[in-house]
Design a protein around this ligand. Structure first.
Ligand code: 5GP
Length: 191
């Protein structure tokens, strides 16, 4: 493609730009770096696949430049069918590769919507005796306020709209879009 990117025509509007994401990631990393300056053993970052993968990569590098050392872990979870999704019961598709006892865990999340996944995940990780568990989420939707998930670090509050980009997909596509935006209605009609 000579001009522009394949996805340009599919995006209705940009909600958060690349530049805003970059600045906010630095800011969040700075806060975490200050709070964990004396954390024994550094920080264990836990990324929830796949949506948080871009944020994990950028956040970890920003943290590395200004904070304590960190290590990365990846988990994959899926909600049990739509009927029981509201119960917040999730199935682990990929578990942690190591013991987190005594570690300072920071969950790296893309977006907190209902907060059900995160609330389950926090309980799950806390049951494994870490020294601490906190959450850094790049985006949060207003619905999240209804579920009491202590999300200590939040990048942006965004409207309750379905967004794609920067790791967030629609049917596994648009994850590579460098900003976060809303798709044109025709895109849904085509699929
Ligand atoms: P929750 O359990 O908080 O309702 O669900 C959070 C997960 O749903 C996020 O980690 C993300 O994968 C997905 N999600 C929530 N809102 C959106 C959105 O607007 N776009 C996309 N692509 N995924 C979303």
């Amino acid at each position: 493609m000579a001009d522009g990117s394949w996805y340009d025509a599919d995006i209705d509007r940009v909600i958060i730009s690349e530049e805003q994401i970059r600045e906010k990631t630095e800011e969040l990393a700075k806060q975490v770096a200050v709070d964990y300056a004396d954390a024994d053993g550094g920080i264990l970052l836990v990324c929830v696949l796949k949506g948080a993968v871009m944020f994990m990569a950028d956040f970890a590098r920003a943290l590395g430049r200004q904070g304590p050392s960190s290590e990365m872990e990846f988990m994959a979870v899926s909600s049990y069918g739509s009927g029981t999704a509201s119960s917040g019961v999730v199935r682990i598709l990929k578990d942690l590769d190591r013991d987190i006892t005594g570690r300072h865990v920071v969950i790296v999340e893309d977006i907190v919507d209902s907060g059900l996944t995160l609330s389950w995940l926090m309980k799950y990780l806390q049951s494994r005796q870490p020294a601490s568990v906190e959450v850094v989420a790049l985006f949060r939707k207003p619905e999240a306020i209804k579920v009491p998930v202590p999300t200590k670090y939040v990048g942006f509050d965004i409207p309750s709209e379905f967004v794609v980009g920067y790791g967030l997909d629609f049917a596994e596509r648009y994850r590579e879009v460098p900003y976060v935006g809303v798709l044109r209605p025709e895109v849904y009609a085509r699929s």
